[in-house]
Design a protein around this ligand. Structure first.
Ligand SMILES: Cc1cc2nc3c(=O)[nH]c(=O)nc-3n(C[C@H](O)[C@H](O)[C@H](O)COP(=O)(O)OP(=O)(O)OC[C@H]3O[C@@H](n4cnc5c(N)ncnc54)[C@H](O)[C@@H]3O)c2cc1C
Length: 477
């Protein structure tokens, strides 16, 4: 099987999957007037693979299959592999205006986390199954997503705690038979699940022995009997009140996935009751996924710097000292993210036969982005001024009796047209929306998850630094 074209990727989505959007059952996600904006965003990965300009970045020659395959499914072996994957995510996200296409990357993070865990367990069945599944993903050029986050119920209670209102807040195994396992439960916020070809599910937390039924990882096509998805609402097109723009609309949606007694064939089961290894799997997923997240936030941070510089210039305030300060902060924000993300690849560690980005640096990079994001938005909103929320709309600007007044009174800097200033306000509004604020904070894990990992992974350096100062103080042990 050759690499899929964007059209072939879309055709494979018309498979009877059960997907709801705004209370309506979607017949075909690829042609649905709303969801096709998301499908077209995911298709960017497939378009890139067929564009000779991106071959070296997007594809790798697979010696086993004897064909070109997506770089995402290639096991990274060294810093060069990690840096190329980083560059691929940055480039594809830049092409799709700040939305990572997502056809392979988050799924690959789950795939690699499963491989690492199977190797640590030393379970040959699981190693063979995940290797075979990787082969299939590469060969058929499959789009995958990662379903990690369970709905969880009461956050302070364990999955199996009898205090939970019911036992299905975390996905669990309810039956086993000769064909496979039967799973029940729900995952939430799963990006791209409605328009991928395979859902890769892993646990979202560490488990204890009593939680063994919840220690389950598997892969399953979205059209499997018993799977229902409900997509969150999103903006599928510009509003008629915004200035028209010919650039394609890029977007993603996230699904609540309900697994209502779904049969998973044994060959697609990668964890089933080995509760001690749930933590290994989710820990490695979080690490790899935070690296992915940092990479796609580089173009996003470039956009934030860009709108800050542009709106300051359009308002005529670029040279004011406090404005330069704010713009400098935006530059520091972007460059720190880029440097940390690349440093994490260069200072990689080996997990079995796979190179993974440095855990401390990766978590600091993601934490830096999320923790400072709201300050960055605050600076941009400050530079933009109140018109960001009170400016007349495109429709007002189009009214003959209003146009000249708006044009006259809402201009600012000589050489910048009023229309361009209003267009920039539209973009600032889009790029600093509440939706983006939430994904920047919680996507790839809430800030506390990053801080906990940083503290845990930094034990060695903490000990080394303490030993250093003890020596300096003449303390002998
Ligand atoms: C737009 C978007 C896309 C996403 N895409 C995906 C995806 O593709 N796949 C996927 O698997 N997940 C995805 N996620 C999920 C993301 O990883 C979670 O949002 C994140 O892990 C936080 O979980 P939560 O949303 O359930 O928040 P909660 O866990 O409810 O967290 C809310 C607050 O409660 C605190 N908290 C939670 N539990 C405890 C506890 N036991 N003790 C003390 N404090 C606690 C947290 O620190 C936080 O402050 C996505 C999220 C967003 C917003």
């Amino acid at each position: 099987m050759a690499l899929l074209t964007a059209e072939q990727y879309k055709e494979k989505l018309n498979d009877g999957r059960v997907v709801y959007y705004k209370g309506e059952r979607v017949t075909n996600v690829a042609t649905d007037p709303n969801l096709r904006a998301c499908v077209n965003t995911m298709a960017v990965d497939y378009e890139m693979a067929h564009d000779p300009k991106y071959h070296d970045l997007a594809l790798v020659e697979d010696p086993d299959l004897g064909q070109l395959v997506s770089r995402y499914y290639h096991k990274p072996k060294d810093a060069d592999d990690l840096l190329k994957a980083y560059e691929l995510i940055v480039t594809s996200t830049a092409i799709s205006d700040g939305y990572i296409p997502l056809a392979h990357d988050i799924g690959a993070d789950a795939l690699n986390a499963i491989s690492i865990t199977a190797n640590i367990m030393g379970n040959q069945d699981y190693i063979d199954r995940i290797d075979e599944f990787r082969r299939y993903l590469k060969k058929e050029d499959i789009a995958s997503c990662a379903a990690v986050t369970c709905v969880k119920g009461d956050r302070m209670l364990r999955p199996s705690d009898p205090g939970q209102l019911h036992p299905d807040y975390y996905v669990r195994v309810v039956d086993k038979n000769s064909k496979g396992i039967v799973v029940r439960g729900a995952k939430v916020h799963i990006t791209g699940a409605a328009y991928c070809h395979e859902i890769i599910a892993i646990p979202c937390r560490q488990m204890i022995e009593a939680d063994a039924d919840y220690a389950v990882a598997f892969a399953i096509p979205p059209n499997t009997k018993g799977i229902t998805q409900v997509c969150r609402p999103f903006r599928a097109a510009l509003s008629p009140l915004e200035f028209p723009n010919e650039r394609p609309m890029r977007m993603h949606t996230d699904s609540l996935i309900i697994f209502d007694d779904v049969l998973i064939p044994w060959e697609r089961v990668f964890l089933c009751g080995e509760w001690k290894f749930a933590a290994t799997m989710v820990y490695n997923f979080a690490l790899l996924h935070r690296r992915t997240g940092c990479a796609y936030r580089v173009p996003m941070s470039e956009h934030l710097l860009g709108i800050g510089v542009a709106i300051a210039e359009y308002n005529g305030i670029s040279k004011a000292p406090h404005v330069r300060e704010k713009i400098t902060d935006l530059v520091v924000y972007l460059e720190t993210l880029k440097s940390l993300s690349k440093a994490a690849c260069l200072d990689f560690v080996m997990h079995g036969d796979m190179a993974v980005p440095n855990p401390v640096t990766t978590n600091i990079a993601k934490y830096h982005f999320a923790h400072n994001y709201h300050d960055v938005v605050k600076a941009i909103e400050d530079l933009a001024g109140g018109l960001l929320v009170t400016a007349p709309t495109y429709k007002d600007f189009q009214r003959p009796e209003l146009h000249d007044f708006i044009d006259k009174y809402l201009g600012a800097k000589k050489g910048i047209s009023t229309e361009n200033r209003l267009r920039m306000f539209d973009l600032v509004r889009r790029l600093t929306s509440a939706d983006l604020e939430t994904i920047c904070l919680h996507g790839e894990g809430s800030p506390m998850a990053e801080r906990m990992t940083i503290f845990m992974e930094a034990q060695k350096v903490m000990h080394e630094c303490k030993t250093l100062v003890e020596e300096m103080a003449g303390i002998k042990k």
